[in-house]
Design a binder for this molecule. Structure first.
Ligand code: AP5
Length: 190
């Protein structure tokens, strides 16, 4: 039987990778396996091999046509992965020239997800998490701008549901409540 294809999204710093790792650990203990894939890593590997960039945080500043080509190649590679797959990516990417769709038609056609998950939390909490994360070059933006991005992601997710027939699930990853968000994600993936 074919596995489930689930896409998980959320603005940078919302903690989607943290929630994914926790949920997959819980599921493994129950004998349910998912292959966890980071879409940005696939794109970055292609970009690095082609000598386009050296830092993953530079990807969102690349020319739109280059980002599209990287998206396409990542989607084609990810579509080949068998079994249950959880793909960590973005509903939209904030670029210097506006929002770029993270899951445009040429990506969705390859992956055809069963579910798209939006991980969200309060804008101020995201701002604080970005400010305290020293491992990454996070974009400097205020909480109003983060709110706009989260709102835009809900709108574009509706378009993705129309294109694929997938369901859209919102999960809140609030401060000090990681256990709750991980349990909710595990329930959706079960
Ligand atoms: P990506 O790899 O997804 O990086 P990102 O956007 O920076 O997202 P992160 O994974 O770092 O953020 P996260 O929210 O998951 O953070 P974390 O779990 O670490 O993408 C990289 C690039 O690839 C993009 O910029 C883009 O250019 C490109 N890309 C990817 N997909 C694309 C697509 N489809 N199309 C085009 N381009 C694409 O958590 C953050 C912090 O929060 C941590 O410090 C953590 O400890 C803390 N935290 C988490 N949960 C909690 C909690 N409950 N309470 C308190 N603190 C918490």
């Amino acid at each position: 039987m074919e596995g489930k294809k689930v896409i998980i999204t959320g603005v940078p710093g919302v903690g989607k990778t943290t929630v994914v790792n926790e949920a997959l650990k819980n599921l493994k203990e129950q004998g349910i396996e998912y292959q966890s894939i980071n879409f940005g890593t696939f794109m970055f590997e292609v970009a690095k091999n082609d000598n386009i960039i050296r830092d993953r945080d530079q990807m969102r500043t690349l020319d739109r046509a280059v980002q599209k080509r990287l998206q396409q190649r990542a989607a084609q590679a990810i579509a080949q992965v068998p079994g249950n797959v959880l793909i960590d990516t973005h509903a939209s990417v904030k670029t210097p020239k506006g929002y770029l769709a993270g899951l445009p038609e040429w990506v969705l056609r390859e992956i055809m997800p069963d579910i798209i998950i939006l991980v969200e939390t309060d804008d101020d909490q995201i701002l604080m998490r970005r400010l305290t994360d020293e491992t990454r070059s996070r974009d400097k933006e205020g909480s109003r701008s983060i709110a706009e991005h989260q709102q835009f992601n809900r709108s574009i997710a509706a378009a993705y549901a129309m294109m694929t027939g997938c369901t859209i699930k919102m999960i809140t990853n609030a401060d000090f409540l990681l256990d709750r968000s991980a349990a909710e994600l595990a329930e959706v993936l079960r």
